[in-house]
Design a protein around this ligand. Structure first.
Ligand SMILES: Nc1ncnc2c1ncn2[C@@H]1O[C@H](COP(=O)(O)OP(=O)(O)OP(=O)(O)O)[C@@H](O)[C@H]1O
Length: 465
């Protein structure tokens, strides 16, 4: 539904157009003077203005110029009671969308109006798209452009946003983009990784503490919530927030006030909240693992990022983008890829989403060495195994139908290759999940630090993108 303004001193004309426009499902307002029309257009958000040429308080063509100067000008359709080809030409030259006679059939009016409304909406969409900063976010598929639309909506409000989607789909990337496109962009974007909050220090990390609040509190500490004052607070993996903290956080969300540990006075933080999770919070609520009132607060707006397998149209562009980055970092000429290589990427289901694709490309570049074209066999073994299994499954199903079962031993990879690749994948995940903290990684994996370093060296793994 669009908003249309009719500017005509004849009430009957206003009512007649109002009736036609109302039947088209649009909202219509009427102004009986040029001055009133321009004021209404300034205050309202009109897609189209129907403007009479001869108004008691001025020439409609002058009104056209005034309307076109508004910050968000409506499309203007000039209406007149007299056939006037020169006036029509002048109106169009001055930027009118169309010029119609009042006696025109309803059909003609409706056609011109529908076209003007569609044009106006497309124009706004394009302007929003151009204005949106999406550097580093690749996506041309309809699924991703839908996400960009939601991102644009989220960026212009102060509402809490919950970003959902599987791991590695780009939730943090979108959270940062919301901040970068918001009024708070010049202030801080503070990340709280709810899955990695140290058990005993959680409240101190979030809300801060005063010197002497507990043993070891040798000086005051500013918590993350206060650090996000005037900026954006990003609660990553919010599904991992312990229940006792969920309660405390709900209060902070409602009042933006909190008490640092050992503090006497509540502090205030004007933060905008964005949260993300790959968990099903509704199910967690049903299982009493997540507070319903908190979920309700967090989800004022919901932005769902689809898994990569649901937008395969973006795989090619993501590949080109990341290949350029990887090669640039390694100071090598940018590699190309064969048709089969891309076909294998397109066929793979990408359970680890874009993050897994980036790892696969890094592995492929390393495996290709000085070769300038990436081939399927440069890809990690698990991807080739999957492709082989899928092709065997296809054959198998076909053969099953012919009642001739078949097994393809040659489709299995060499077990040393396979084990090597699994080890490499494990290490990459381990390092990424421990945020490249060797102590944490060693502890989580049960390896000694020296063994961990040895393996990282063996697989050529270092901190990357
Ligand atoms: N559309 C995209 N365009 C470019 N890079 C992307 C895109 N989506 C994700 N990535 C990249 O994939 C990696 C993982 O993205 P990100 O950390 O935002 O995922 P996530 O959904 O927050 O994952 P998790 O749930 O595991 O925290 C990052 O390197 C990110 O830059």
């Amino acid at each position: 539904m669009a908003r249309v303004l009719v500017i005509d001193d004849d009430r009957l004309v206003c009512d007649t157009f109002g009736h036609v426009i109302g039947r088209m499902g649009h909202e219509v307002d009427c102004a009986l003077t040029l001055d009133q029309g321009i004021k209404s257009a300034e205050a309202g958000d009109y897609a189209v203005a129907l403007l009479d040429v001869y108004m008691p308080d001025g020439d409609g063509l002058e009104g056209l110029t005034a309307l076109r100067k508004l910050p968000t000008p409506p499309e203007v359709i000039i209406i007149t009671g007299y056939g006037d080809p020169d006036g029509a030409e002048l109106a169009i030259r001055n930027g009118a969308w169309d010029y119609i006679e009042k006696a025109s059939s309803h059909k003609k009016v409706m056609l011109s109006l529908s076209r003007a409304i569609r044009y106006h909406e497309d124009k706004l969409k394009k302007e929003n798209a151009v204005a949106l900063k999406t550097e580093g976010i690749i996506g041309v598929s309809s699924a991703m452009t839908g996400c960009f639309d939601e991102l644009a909506k989220a960026a212009v409000t102060e509402a809490n946003v919950l970003i959902t989607g599987q791991t590695g789909t780009g939730k943090e990337l979108f959270a940062r983009a919301i901040h970068q496109n918001s009024n708070r962009q010049k202030n801080r974007f503070v990340v709280v990784d709810c899955a990695a909050l140290p058990e005993n220090l959680t409240e101190s990390v979030l809300f801060g503490h005063e010197k002497g609040a507990f043993t070891g509190a040798i000086k005051d500490r500013t918590g993350l919530v206060l650090q996000a004052h005037t900026g954006t607070l990003f609660l990553d993996e919010v599904g991992e927030l312990p229940l006792n903290l969920q309660k405390a956080f709900l209060r902070v969300l409602e009042t933006r006030r909190f008490l640092p540990l050992g503090g006497q006075r509540e502090l205030f933080s004007d933060f905008r909240l964005v949260a993300a999770t790959n968990r099903d919070l509704d199910q967690m609520v049903a299982q009493k693992e997540f507070r319903e009132d908190l979920l309700f607060r967090l989800r004022s707006l919901n932005l769902y990022i689809p898994p990569l397998k649901d937008h395969p149209a973006d795989i090619r562009e993501l590949t080109s983008y990341y290949l350029a980055l990887i090669c640039d970092k390694a100071q090598m000429a940018c590699k190309g890829f064969s048709h089969d290589f891309m076909a294998m990427l397109m066929a793979y289901p990408w359970p680890g989403n874009v993050r897994e694709l980036i790892h696969a490309l890094e592995t492929a570049c390393a495996a290709a060495g000085v070769d300038s074209i990436l081939l399927p066999w440069h890809l990690p073994t698990n991807i080739r195994v999957q492709a082989a299994r899928d092709s065997v499954k296809g054959d198998f199903e076909e053969q099953e139908a012919n009642l001739q079962p078949v097994r393809e031993l040659k489709a299995l990879p060499d077990w040393r290759d396979y084990r090597n690749q699994m080890e490499s994948n494990y290490l990459r995940d381990l390092m990424a999940l421990s945020d490249w903290d060797a102590n944490q990684a060693a502890e989580a994996s049960g390896m000694s630090r020296s063994h961990l370093y040895q393996l990282l060296k063996k697989h050529g793994i270092g901190k990357k993108i």
